[in-house]
Design a protein around this ligand. Structure first.
Ligand code: SF4
Ligand code: SF4
Length: 85
């Protein structure tokens, strides 16, 4: 029997991230209410860390609206996806 606790995560959309446009300001990290963005440990081609997406995006577009370098495109799913975290 698997005794590990699992949490259901609902993902309502996704984003594309133009990582090589990113200047590493981290504004998107603070703007993402569900907290599904975190900065990478690796660097992009200009030497900045960049955001990575985990499951649970709500397609709220806050990251796209706050990013000064237009790195995000946001796509809302017709049907949300549920996964175990
Ligand atoms: S669209 Fe909203 S939930 Fe999804 S990554 Fe951007 S800020 Fe986070
Ligand atoms: S807001 Fe834009 S430039 Fe700033 S870290 Fe996020 S993706 Fe990079």
């Amino acid at each position: 029997m698997n005794t590990q606790a699992k949490t259901r995560v609902v993902t309502r959309g996704t984003v594309t991230i133009d990582v090589d446009q990113c200047k590493g300001c981290e504004l998107c990290i603070a703007a993402c209410r569900p907290g599904v963005l975190e900065m990478s440990t690796e660097l992009n081609e200009t030497g900045y860390r960049f955001p990575l997406l985990s499951p649970g995006c709500t397609a709220c577009r806050a990251c796209r609206d706050v990013c000064p370098d237009y790195c995000f495109e946001v796509f809302k799913f017709d049907v949300p996806i549920e996964t175990d975290s």
